[in-house]
Design a protein around this ligand. Structure first.
Ligand code: C2E
Ligand code: CA
Ligand code: CA
Ligand code: CA
Length: 276
């Protein structure tokens, strides 16, 4: 079992049979979680080169009644496989829209929301988005849709068309985990994209200019050529931050600045930054 972050853990047994058993159990529990809305959105600030917050990313947590906060890495993949992601995504989008007015009032410009590939195969996606925006009085310009490169694996033409429609609505598009996925570079010039999020695996120790940081440097160069914003993910050290600023990375996100936190703590953090 793999640990990720402080507030989450796996509870599967490493034994295969027990593991399969717990997948079934997990699926059942997830169904209950959907019915009882056992979810919470955490928010992580995104800052500019001067360290000023410009946005936040919404990151879902499962508030399990016995096990506490469960990280999305521990249930999103299963939810995607079972289709339960659709109901979770509806909850996430609704909640993010609900929280957006207070977040914007705390001095930021946008709220980023992670989308799963399956969501783009719903006929009612755009309609649902428009209705949620109206319900909470949110301007589409305030929202960023984050997608990973693997959404282009299945039907890239369909995806490109959907992204154009989302953008026409006024939302921005960010490619998440850029560089880790499927042949994104070959699509990049066709994609209606506002920003590239450089995966944290390429940021780690970037100032030492080793092999993995060549990817990050390449992405920064390409993004500049294309006039696309860059957001470095998982920035943990001042050395990484300084290097990124020197290399014209537009925005950063990471534990160095702030961890993902519940709404109230995020609002407090944002307000503290305004005073600074
Ligand atoms: P992601 O979109 O790449 O989100 C960034 C992840 O990196 C988050 O993990 C965040 O807590 C973590 N992180 C941020 N800064 C640092 C840092 O400085 N160091 C390190 N080591 N990690 C950092 P989290 O919250 O566990 O989310 C994991 C993934 O789950 C997300 O990766 C995203 O793909 C997915 N996810 C989260 N919320 C949603 C959602 O509402 N819908 C969907 N479809 N996926 C979601
Ligand atoms: Ca993301
Ligand atoms: Ca990411
Ligand atoms: Ca990721």
């Amino acid at each position: 079992a793999k640990r990720r972050g402080g507030s989450s853990y796996h509870w599967y047994s490493s034994d295969l049979d027990a593991g399969m058993q717990s997948q079934v159990e997990l699926r059942t529990q997830l169904q209950e979680a959907i019915q009882q809305q056992q979810f919470e959105l955490f928010y992580q600030p995104i800052v500019d080169g001067a360290g000023h917050p410009v946005g936040v990313e919404a990151l879902v947590r499962w508030k399990h009644p016995q096990r506490g906060y469960i990280s999305p890495g521990d249930f999103i993949p299963l939810a995607e496989a079972t289709g339960q992601i659709i109901a979770i995504a509806d909850w996430v989008f609704e909640q993010a829209c609900k929280d957006t007015p207070t977040l914007l009032a705390a001095g930021i410009e946008s709220v980023s929301i992670n989308f799963s590939p399956l969501q783009f195969y719903r006929d009612d996606l755009l309609e649902n988005i428009e209705h949620a925006l109206q319900r909470y009085g949110v301007k589409p310009q305030a929202l960023v849709v984050e997608i990973t490169e693997n959404v282009f694996m299945r039907d890239s033409q369909h995806m490109i068309q959907m992204l154009h429609r989302l953008r026409k609505l006024g939302l921005s598009i960010a490619i998440d985990d850029f560089g880790t996925g499927f042949a994104s570079l070959s699509y990049l010039n066709q994609l209606p994209v506002d920003s590239l999020k450089i995966d944290q695996s390429f940021i780690r120790g970037i100032e030492q200019a080793r092999r993995n940081s060549a990817i990050a440097r390449g992405v920064l160069t390409i993004a500049q050529e294309l006039g696309v914003k860059t957001i470095a993910e998982g920035v943990e050290t001042e050395a990484e931050r300084d290097y990124l600023i020197q290399h014209n990375c537009s925005q950063m996100q990471g534990f160095l600045f702030c961890r993902p936190q519940p709404l109230a703590a995020t609002l407090q953090w944002l307000q503290e930054q305004q005073i600074k």
